[in-house]
Design a protein. Structure first.
Length: 169
């Protein structure tokens, strides 16, 4: 069975995923990292080919990873917004939503100019984060098997909490 971490960009999916993998001896994979290794920077993919092309690459990565077992998978922020991705992941995995508040996300992302979905000529980064958070949180909650709040917790605390959740069912 795979353990899948979902949530907004900046919620800690990568950092926490690596820590869980280190503690459990499982392999860790980041869907965005897998796509970048094969197709180049995500911001370049968005710019050259558009979001729809990126989402198709993301779906292919999900299909490949869902056929494997024992992985810790950190997903891109928009991955679970597509039902087909969720269906594939749940065939052999449990999804943990790392729920972060606006203040936490704003603090972590305000200086990050690499996120395509935060680029806007008409909205501030904080406004974009707030909008995405409002749109996505209900989907994250609906698709998750477990919900873990990340605000005011260290990556080590979160890794321990998630490992305990999975081990205790």
């Amino acid at each position: 069975m795979n353990l899948i971490l979902s949530g907004m960009m900046g919620s800690g999916k990568t950092t926490v995923g690596i820590k869980i993998a280190e503690r459990t001896g499982r392999s860790w994979v980041d869907t965005d990292g897998l796509i970048e290794a094969r197709h180049g920077k995500i911001s370049d993919i968005f710019e050259k080919y558009g979001e729809a092309h990126f989402r198709a690459l993301e779906r292919n990565a999900v299909q490949e990873l869902s056929e494997k077992d024992g992985l810790i998978i950190s997903t891109g922020g928009g991955l679970v917004l597509r039902a087909e991705n969720v269906d594939m992941l749940k065939q052999n995995g449990k999804i943990v939503f790392l729920r972060a508040g606006l203040e936490t996300l704003s603090k972590r992302l305000s200086a990050d100019g690499t996120r395509p979905l935060l680029q806007s000529k008409t909205e501030s980064v904080n406004a974009r984060i707030a909008k995405l958070l409002a749109e996505r949180t209900p989907v994250y909650e609906q698709t998750a098997d477990y919900v873990v709040d990340v605000d005011k917790k260290t990556a080590d605390e979160l890794a321990n909490e998630i490992i305990n959740l999975i081990q205790n069912g």
